[in-house]
Design a protein around this ligand. Structure first.
Ligand code: NAD
Ligand code: UGA
Length: 443
C-alpha cells in the first residue's frame, strides 16, 4: 500500500487514481476545477467512461480514494504523506502544433511550492521529449528550500471507452528515469497488473509514447489510403484488412477504414511529433502524409453526400435545401469525448455547404451542444432519419448496429446512407433499397 497523489481528474488522472485505489493504495486526486471535485466527492463523474463510476464509488466508500482542490491536502496529509505524485493534466495542441505545456508547468510549480517531504514525481501526461528534465528544473527552481525529489516518465496507453480494462491489463508499462530506485518504486505499484515493465531513460520513454500513437495513426491512414484505392478498383477494404490481418507481422488491429482518426490524442500527438522533428531540422514526411490522409477521410464523406444528394444548379450551394442526418457525435463509440471529433468537423462542412443538419448521439450530445450551432439534436436515430435526404453513420455505437433499417428507409426523404464506419453490409443495404456508400467497399 502506498500513498499517492494524482494531479488532474480527466480521462487519465481519474482512471489512474481510481485504479491505484482499487489496487489497495490510498489515493488523493487534486484538480483546479472546483465543480469537478465537488461532484466527484459525491461520486458524480465529469466524464463518461464505462464501468468507472462504480469503481470510483466503491473506493470512495472504502476511504481509499479522495478528491480535493488543495495540493497541500493531496501531498502533505500528516497521516498519509504522498510518496508519489502523478501529473495527469492536459497537454493540448499549441499554436504551432506543439504540445502545450502550460498545465504541466503549473502542476510542477505547485508541487515545488507545496511539497514538504521527498517525493517521486511521475509524469503521465503525454509530453514532448525532454520534458522530464524540464519538469525537474522547474521543481528545483521553484522550491522555497531544497527537498529531494526524482522525476519518472510513465506514459499512459489507455483508450477512452475501455480505459479501466486497458489500465488494469496493460500491454506494457514504460518507466523512464535516471534514478533506478525511483523507477523501481513506481514499478512496484504496477506489479499486481502483471504486465511487462520496461525501464529506460526518460527521453526514450517519452518517445515510446509518441512513436506508439503515431504508428497506430499511420496504420489508420494507411488503410484509409488503401480504401480510397479500393473504391477506384472495385475491391472491398474490409476483406483486404481481414486478409492482411492474418499475417502476424501486420495484425488486424487499427485497420478499420472510415472517417479517419479523431479524439484528443492521435491528432494532437502526431502533430506534436512532427513539430518536434521540424524544430530539430528533420523532415517528417510520413507524419505529414498521415495527417493529410486523415483530413481527406473526413472530406471524402462529405464529398460522397454531395455526389449523391447535392444540387447541380450553379445558383445554389451544393447542399442548400438538403437535410443531412448524422448518427454519432463522439470521435468513437463508448465515450462522450468530442475533442477533434470527426462527426463535428463533418457537420461543419455540411453547414458550410448550405445543408441543414440533424444529429443524435447516445452520450455525447451535452458536450456537442456546447460547440454546435443550428443543429437539431434528436431523441434517437429514427428522429434523425425522418425527412432526411441522406444519413451519415459517423460513430460506431452498438445501438446503430441493429437499427430497423426498413423503418429508416420509409421515413427518410431519400434512402441514402453514407456509412463512415463500414457498419453495414453493402449487398444487404442495396437489397433493402438504399443507395449506400461505405468507405472502400468496392463500387
Ligand atoms: P483531460 O482534459 O480529460 O483532463 C485534464 C484535467 O487536468 C482536467 O480536469 C483539468 O482541470 C486538470 N488540470 C489542468 N491543469 C491543472 C493543474 N495545474 N492542477 C490540477 N489540475 C489541472 O485530459 P486527459 O484526456 O485525461 O489527458 C491528460 C494527459 O494524458 C494528456 O497529456 C493526454 O495526451 C494524455 N493521455 C490521454 C489519454 C486519453 O485517452 N484521454 C490516454 C493516454 C494519455
Ligand atoms: C488512443 C490510443 O489507442 C491509446 O493507446 C492512447 O493511450 C491514447 O490514444 C492517448 O494517447 O491518449 P483513443 O484516442 O482513446 O486512444 O482511441 P482509439 O481507440 O485509439 O481511437 C482513436 C481514433 O482512431 C478514433 O477516432 C477511432 O475511431 C479511430 N480508429 C481507430 C479508426 O479510424 N480505425 C481503427 O482501426 C481504429
Amino acid at each position: 500500500m502506498k500513498n499517492i497523489a494524482v494531479i488532474g481528474v480527466g480521462y487519465v488522472g481519474l482512471v489512474t487514481g481510481t485504479c491505484f485505489a482499487d489496487l489497495g493504495n490510498r489515493v488523493t486526486c487534486v484538480d483546479v476545477n472546483e465543480e469537478r471535485i465537488a461532484n466527484l466527492k459525491q461520486g458524480i463523474l465529469p466524464i463518461y467512461e464505462p464501468g468507472l463510476e462504480e469503481v470510483v464509488r466503491r473506493n470512495l466508500a472504502a476511504g481509499r480514494l479522495s478528491f480535493t482542490t488543495s495540493y497541500a491536502e493531496a501531498l502533505n496529509c500528516p497521516e498519509a504523506p504522498a510518496e508519489l505524485v502523478f501529473i495527469a493534466v492536459n497537454t493540448p495542441t499549441g499554436v504551432d502544433g506543439e504540445a502545450e505545456l502550460r498545465y504541466v508547468r503549473a502542476a510542477a510549480e505547485m508541487i515545488a511550492q507545496t511539497m514538504d517531504h521527498p517525493l517521486i514525481i511521475v509524469n503521465k501526461s503525454t509530453v514532448p521529449v525532454g520534458t522530464g528534465d524540464w519538469v525537474a528544473d522547474i521543481v528545483r527552481n521553484k522550491q522555497p528550500k531544497p527537498i529531494p525529489f526524482s522525476v519518472v516518465s510513465n506514459p499512459e496507453f489507455l483508450r477512452e471507452g475501455s480505459a479501466l480494462s486497458d489500465f488494469m491489463n496493460p500491454d506494457r508499462i514504460v518507466l523512464g528515469s535516471l534514478d533506478e530506485e525511483a523507477a523501481q518504486k513506481v514499478a512496484q505499484l504496477y506489479l499486481p497488473l502483471r504486465g511487462p515493465i520496461m525501464i529506460t531513460d526518460p527521453r526514450t520513454a517519452e518517445m515510446i509514447k509518441y512513436a506508439s500513437n503515431a504508428f497506430l495513426a499511420t496504420k489508420i491512414s494507411f488503410i484509409n489510403e488503401i480504401a480510397n484505392i479500393c473504391e477506384a478498383l472495385g475491391a472491398d477494404v474490409k476483406e483486404v484488412a481481414a486478409g492482411m490481418g492474418y499475417d502476424k507481422r501486420i495484425g488486424r488491429a487499427f485497420l478499420d477504414a472510415g472517417l479517419g482518426y479523431g479524439g484528443s490524442c492521435f491528432p494532437k500527438d502526431v502533430k506534436a511529433l512532427a513539430h518536434m522533428a521540424n524544430v530539430q531540422g528533420k523532415h517528417p514526411q510520413l507524419l505529414e502524409a498521415v495527417m493529410q490522409i486523415n483530413a481527406d477521410a473526413r472530406r471524402s464523406i462529405v464529398a460522397k453526400v454531395r455526389a449523391l444528394v447535392g444540387n447541380n444548379s450553379t445558383h445554389l450551394n451544393r447542399l442548400e435545401g438538403k437535410t443531412i442526418g448524422v448518427l454519432g457525435l463522439a470521435f468513437k463509440a463508448n465515450t462522450d469525448d468530442i475533442r477533434e471529433s470527426q462527426p463535428i468537423d463533418i457537420i461543419r462542412m455540411i453547414q458550410a455547404d448550405g445543408g441543414t443538419v440533424k444529429a443524435y448521439d447516445p452520450v455525447a450530445m451535452p458536450n456537442a451542444a456546447k460547440v454546435l450551432h443550428n443543429v437539431k439534436l434528436c431523441a434517437d436515430a429514427y428522429e434523425v432519419a425522418e425527412g432526411s435526404d441522406a444519413l451519415i453513420l459517423a460513430t460506431e455505437w452498438n445501438e446503430f448496429k441493429n437499427l430497423d433499417l426498413a423503418r429508416i428507409k420509409r421515413i427518410m426523404k431519400q434512402p441514402v446512407i453514407v456509412d463512415g464506419r463500414n457498419l453495414y453490409d453493402p449487398p444487404a443495404m442495396r437489397e433493402l433499397g438504399f443507395i449506400y456508400r461505405g468507405v472502400g467497399r468496392g463500387y
